[in-house]
Design a protein around this ligand. Structure first.
Ligand SMILES: Cc1ncc(COP(=O)(O)O)c(C=O)c1O
Length: 385
């Protein structure tokens, strides 16, 4: 049997939404994107939303709008995708890596605290695999920190968590900004895309500019009122705007995201129940969290991860690794020697983890096959090691 890692749920109805945009003269960021921004702001009950063409470019635009100076630090997890660190480097800041909790794989107020210095401008926790980090706890810790020099921005990396909640609050509620990804495998997708939600008016205005070269007006506004309007460039920006052609794929998915979570939960619970009694490491579920159940990683102990990947691949089961820690990557280990060794839990999970096929419509017989293959082939592999 062949088991795909992921399948999106876009249909020919979604093609109709793109056809509507094609029937207008305007393909780039315009009326459709503005409508989706209003929909996002309403979903998160926040004043501002900005659509972007990826998490990466959105987070970069946000950090450019902070005017980081050389030596300014942004605290991030070691256990995350490289983009979380790359945007800090690209914006001229210095990433400071924090180790993860071995159970939840999240960073916590306690693990962040010793890394806060007079140079800390922002902290960017990642809501790993769909469970939210303790945003209110981190905010309280930062506000009371004796070494802080002014307000430390709290930016949520929500690439894994659109519809998740913690203690009943959603992303963006208790932070300065939350950044989402609409990449091909995300819970909401338009192939490539993303969004920022935020409350602060001034930062929002600056991020609107840094999203588009630093220009004072987006294309649709430059031609507002049926005539050409001059624009200026106030600050250095990037090209992070999402075209209407792709934005058109988002409204229906945002409308249905909470209902669709139940189907993700059903598959995730099935895996969890079936694999709970074996030798695998499973991610600890945080009581206070309603997980967005983005992906389903497992830990293969005793140095058997790569052998397990080969065995699963041979059985026709597609898997990935999320993630090998960022400071272990050549660029970062060369630039920040010692950072990897200072994050041993991230290093261990990076050696043990693999991610199973997981999507809402994963057929039940394929779920059974994955579970059965793990029980009959991977368990003995671990036990024999
Ligand atoms: C935790 C995390 N942050 C950031 C990103 C980058 O998202 P994008 O591909 O939309 O730039 C990803 C993508 O997978 C991610 O998993």
């Amino acid at each position: 049997m062949k088991v795909d890692f992921y399948r999106h749920e876009l249909t020919p109805d979604d093609a109709a939404a793109i056809a509507e945009v094609l029937a207008t003269p305007f393909l780039t960021t315009g009326a459709v994107a503005k409508q989706v921004e209003e929909q996002l702001a309403a979903y998160f009950d926040l004043p501002h939303a900005i659509l972007v063409n990826s998490w990466t470019n959105g987070a970069l635009a946000l950090l450019l709008a902070m005017d980081l100076e050389p030596g300014d630090e942004v605290v991030i997890p070691a256990m995350t995708f490289i983009a979380t660190a790359n945007v800090v480097e690209l914006a001229g800041g210095t990433p400071v890596f924090v180790d993860c909790d071995p159970g939840t794989l999240l960073i916590t107020p306690e693990s962040i605290r010793p890394h806060v210095s007079e140079r800390t401008r922002a902290v960017m926790p990642v809501h790993m695999y769909g469970q939210m980090a303790d945003v209110t706890g981190i905010r309280e810790m930062l506000d009371a920190h004796p070494r802080r020099a002014g307000h430390i921005a709290l930016i949520e990396d929500c690439a894994h968590c659109f519809e998740g909640q913690r203690e009943g609050y959603r992303p963006g509620r208790h932070s300065d900004a939350a950044v989402f990804s609409f990449y091909a495998t995300k819970n909401i997708t338009c192939g490539e895309g993303g969004a920022i939600v935020m409350s602060d008016e001034g930062w929002f205005r600056r991020a609107l500019e840094t999203r588009l070269h630093g220009m004072s007006a987006i294309a649709v506004d430059r031609f507002a009122g049926g005539r050409y309007n001059h624009w200026d460039m106030n600050r250095l920006g990037t090209k992070a705007n999402l075209p209407d052609l792709l934005a058109a794929l988002l409204p229906r998915q945002i409308q249905t995201i909470d209902a669709r979570l139940e189907r993700r939960q059903a598959v995730a619970n099935r895996y969890r129940d079936a694999l709970a009694d074996g030798p695998l490491r499973l991610v600890t579920q945080v009581q206070a969290c309603k997980s967005a159940e983005h992906i389903f990683p497992i830990g293969i102990p005793r140095g058997q991860r790569d052998a397990a990947i080969a065995m699963l691949n041979e059985a026709g089961i597609a898997v990935t690794v999320n993630y090998r820690p960022v400071p272990s990557m050549r660029y970062y280990s060369t630039k920040y020697p010692g950072a990897d060794a200072a994050c041993p839990e991230s290093a261990l999970w990076g050696e043990e983890t693999l991610t199973l096929p997981f999507y809402p419509a994963l057929p039940r017989d394929q779920q059974d096959y994955v579970i059965d293959t793990i029980r009959t082939r991977i368990y003995p592999l671990i036990e024999a090691a």
